[in-house]
Design a protein around this ligand. Structure first.
Ligand code: ZN
Length: 49
């Protein structure tokens, strides 16, 4: 599992999210409400407890 910190790639949109994904590919499938995709800012691995 990964904790991904992403921001919207839209020029006028400042949406910023932290999402937990199983695979890094899942980040690419995320889309912002404004219609743009997200850009990955940082990623960290989460250990399952
Ligand atoms: Zn957006």
């Amino acid at each position: 599992m990964w904790l991904a910190h992403v921001v919207c790639s839209g020029r006028d949109c400042f949406e910023e999210l932290e999402v937990v994904v199983d695979a890094l590919d899942d980040v690419d499938r995320l889309g912002c409400e404004c219609g743009h995709g997200f850009v990955l800012l940082s990623i960290s691995e989460i250990e399952l407890v």
